[in-house]
Each structure stands twice: as C-alpha cells, then as structure tokens.
Design a protein around this ligand. Structure first.
Ligand code: NDP
Length: 231
C-alpha cells in the first residue's frame, strides 16, 4: 500500500490531498495541531474509503515535532508532503517590520519543512515513489514579484525554495525527488474566496505532477499547471 505523510491536513489543500489519496487506496498519515478538533479530517475516517487514515499530533513551531512524528510513522514513505504554512502577520507592508512575527513565519514555513526532510529522508528513500513535496508559493519567486509587500510571507517562501534546492542536491544520492510546488491561487482560508482554483482542481494538478515525478524534476519550482516557475 503506498503511503503518504501530509502536514496541515485538517483543512484547505492538505485536507483535499488527504481525501484524494484515501480515495485512491493510500495509507495517509496526517499531521495536525489539534487532532481532536479536526472534524473534517475525522469524518474521512468514517467515509468508507479504501485507504487508511492515521492522525498524528504535530505543531510545526516545535523544533522536535518532526523527530517525534518519525517515531510514530515507520516504514517507507512514498510522499512526504510539507504542506502546513502560515501567511504570517496581517501587517507586513513596508514599515510594518515585526521581528518576532516575521521569524514565526520562517519557523513554520521554512524550518519545519527542513526538519521534516531531515527526519524522513531515509524513509522516503526506501519507498517506491521517493517524493518530497514542499508546498511553496509563487509569492516566493523573486523574479515574479512586481507588486511588493508581504515581506514575511514572500521571504519565507523564497527561503523554502532555497531549502528545497539544497535538499535536491543533498538527497540526490538517496534517489529522493524534491518537488517545490506552487498550488495556484486556491479558494481556502488562506487563499480567500476570490481564488482561481477549487481545492479539488489544485489537488488533481499537484497529484498529476507527483505521479510523473522523476529525478530530472528534482529541485525545480512548479506551478500546479506543470510549468516551471522562475526563482
Ligand atoms: P489554510 O490556511 O487553509 O491551511 C493551512 C494549514 O496549515 C492548516 O491545516 C493549518 O492548521 C496548518 N498549520 C499552520 N500552522 C501550523 C503549525 N504551526 N503546525 C501545524 N500545522 C499548521 O491554507 P492552504 O490550505 O491554502 O495552504 C496550504 C499551503 O499552501 C501553505 O503552505 C500555503 O502557504 C500554500 N499556498 C496556498 C495558496 C492558496 O492560494 N491557498 C497559494 C500559494 C501557496 P490549523 O488549522 O491548526 O491552523
């Protein structure tokens, strides 16, 4: 049975990926801050899918969270999906600098995915698919930034892209394929009502990309539509 681990799976894009992989018969380990409060996720357990759902407690802000998770999730891992993310403080325009709030976005969006990669590299390497997917954002593209602002979020996703590129080099010998992904503008709590894609459309596109992952794609930055994005 193919197996995935998805962070931030209680709502939004992560929940969509969980549902879709369960429909396909996968074992899906989900990592969420509040397992008891994750009602939409728990409902998937009762929906009669072929796949198996396991819910773990995980807070991306905690430095040891990934190691703790690795003690609970054993065996080969076909997809490690570092999806949990935060936009950061409401005010992050020019003049709004808040050291602690900006560092918090780095903690969740950058350090936590790197900690997951460190904790699970061998298990991903031991799987058939060997995919590490990092949920980045086009807002982390420096070349694509023509509207400014959103300093904390943009800087965190640009840093995540740098992390993903290094991981692709460092884990090449293990055969791990690191995909750096932009999900599109998706209608979720973070993306808002005006987003261009439904969660289902985003998930379908991202799972298509993952299904055709190969070593030549490792360390590259992909739009959900399959196009390469500029750094
Ligand atoms: P949501 O805000 O809907 O969901 C964010 C998820 O991340 C929630 O499950 C949330 O859990 C989890 N999370 C946040 N902080 C932590 C933490 N400290 N520990 C564990 N989990 C945490 O966002 P989306 O589903 O829209 O976004 C998912 C990813 O996609 C993010 O990385 C985001 O940056 C990226 N993205 C989204 C876009 C969009 O248009 N929606 C565009 C580009 C990128 P909780 O419920 O506990 O807060």
């Amino acid at each position: 049975m193919p197996t995935a681990l998805i962070t931030g799976a209680n709502r939004g894009i992560g929940l969509g990926h969980t549902r879709s992989l369960l429909e396909r018969g996968w074992t899906v380990h989900t990592a969420v801050r509040d397992p008891k409060g994750a009602k939409d996720l728990s409902a998937l357990s009762e929906a009669g899918y072929d796949g198996e759902l396991v819910i773990h407690s995980y807070d991306a802000r905690e430095p040891d969270a990934a190691k703790k998770l690795a003690r609970e999730v054993t065996g080969p891992l076909d997809i490690l999906f570092a999806n949990a993310g935060v936009m950061g403080p409401k005010a992050q325009g020019f003049g709004d600098l808040d050291f602690d709030a900006y560092l918090d976005a780095q903690r969740v969006n950058v350090m936590a995915p790197l900690a997951l990669a460190e904790a699970f590299a061998d298990q991903v390497s031991a799987s058939a698919l060997k995919v590490m997917a990092l949920q980045s954002s086009r807002m982390g593209s420096i070349a694509d930034n023509d509207s400014g602002g959103r300093y904390a979020y943009r800087a965190s996703k640009a840093a995540l892209n740098a992390v993903g590129k290094s991981l692709s080099v460092d884990l090449k010998d293990k055969g791990v394929i690191v995909l750096i992904l932009h999900p599109g503008w998706v209608r979720t709590d973070m993306g808002g009502d005006q987003g261009l894609l439904t969660v289902e459309e985003c998930v379908e596109g991202q799972l298509d990309l993952i299904a055709r992952a190969n070593p030549a794609m490792s360390g590259r930055f992909y739009h959900v539509n399959g196009q390469d994005l500029p750094w």
